[in-house]
Design a protein around this ligand. Structure first.
Ligand SMILES: [Mg+2]
Length: 377
């Protein structure tokens, strides 16, 4: 597990690995566009960010952004409407990590969440079943979040971990080796969607590291069930080169596919699994699948989060909140501007939940008092 950064040509033009000769185990279904088409997708997936010195308030008052929020209302402005949907229900919370709980940074290893955000997420988890769903490996995202109260679905949901003793009706418990003793005590692996792909992913990680070695700013990260090729620090004139190098490697692996994140190409197993499937798995496994009793809320900023938004939007099962300072089409119902707004939303959600629980306790106490009164009559 690890990542490699590099310093301007496609390198590693060695012979194709043996895998090239293997036939796919199942029909090709969603093989992505050829590298020539990737460049357009890379630009669409990586809209120009709003400069930091403009400030979020300025963005919020930008007429184009404001027009966009007519279609995707701010979850802060629509807070009362959102919690009205959750009244009397259990709210299940699903949170992406990068760009949602932590700022997007040039160096992926520096995507640290603030202590304040950590405390807010911890408070949320005390009241609501809460899961982090990330493209990163479980170990990496846990090292950032460091909360044992949560469920973690790493590698786009292909590796799901839960807190010991809180696994609900999940039955597929397997012991798990990990480098993090703190995590080992508290967490258990509950599902892996594509464990047979682990050797292949390691192999492709090594090949991609060699292949993009000459591209200044390119960085390859091993996220256990997926390999991320970051081009955030690559000059845009070299993006096509990143796409070509990645395509050169992928040609030999028909069982792997590519998806686009924010200035990152994600190589992952061609299995029918994504963040949306992970949300469904967790809801089913934790006994939270009944939409009459549970309102799932998913907050994320990335194209890969759209699978989850779509699952929740279907049958009006729950609601998605897109984190974006740039207008874009989404399956989400609501929006938030940036991680600080995510924190504000979570704080309000926790406060609302605490007040709701307090009211429930008061009503219960009143009923007990009435019963006692009747008995004593
Ligand atoms: Mg993200």
């Amino acid at each position: 597990m690890g990542s490699h950064a590099n310093g301007s040509t496609c390198a590693g033009d060695g012979p194709p690995p043996m895998e090239k000769r293997k036939e796919p185990a199942f029909p090709l279904k969603t093989m992505p566009l050829h590298a020539n088409g990737w460049l357009n997708d890379m630009k669409l997936s990586s809209p120009t960010a709003v400069p930091v010195n403009i400030g979020s308030n300025s963005v919020a008052f930008d007429p184009i952004y404001r027009a966009w929020t007519q279609k995707y209302p701010s979850a802060l402005n629509a807070f009362e409407r959102i919690v009205a949907c959750g009244k009397g229900k259990k709210i299940a919370l699903f949170l992406d990590y990068d760009g949602t709980l932590s700022p997007i940074v040039d160096e992926p290893d520096n995507a640290v969440m603030s202590d304040q955000m950590r405390e807010v997420v911890r408070s949320a988890a005390l009241h609501l079943p809460t899961a982090i769903i990330s493209g990163r490996s479980c170990d990496k995202v846990f090292d950032f979040v460091r909360l044992t109260e949560l469920y973690y679905a790493g590698s786009h949901g292909m590796d799901i971990m839960g807190p010991v003793g809180k696994t609900g009706s999940v039955t597929d418990h397997r012991s798990r080796g990990t480098n993090s003793s703190k995590k080992q005590d508290k967490e258990m692996q509950i599902f892996q969607a594509a464990s047979e792909f682990l050797p292949m992913i390691d192999e492709v990680f090594g090949l991609l590291v060699d292949k993009v070695r000459g591209i200044d700013g390119a960085r390859v990260e091993n996220n256990k069930f997926c390999v991320s090729v970051h081009y955030r620090n690559v000059n845009e004139k070299d993006w096509a080169l990143v796409a070509r190098c990645t395509d050169d490697v992928l040609k030999a692996y028909p069982r792997l596919r590519l998806s686009h994140g924010r200035k990152v190409l994600e190589v992952r197993p061609m299995v029918d699994w994504n963040k949306g499937k992970a949300v469904e798995f967790l809801l089913d496994s934790l006994g939270l699948a009944d939409s009459d009793e549970v309102l799932p809320i998913y907050i994320g900023d990335d194209r890969t989060d759209e699978d989850a938004f779509k699952v929740l939007r279907g049958n009006k099962r729950g609601l998605g909140i897109l984190v974006s300072s740039v207008p874009k089409e989404s399956q989400a119902l609501y929006s938030l501007l940036d991680p600080p707004e995510v924190m504000d939303f979570l704080k309000r959600l926790v406060k609302w939940k605490e007040e709701e629980e307090a009211q429930r306790i008061t009503v219960k106490q009143l009923l007990v008092s009435v019963d006692d009164f009747r008995v004593n009559l």
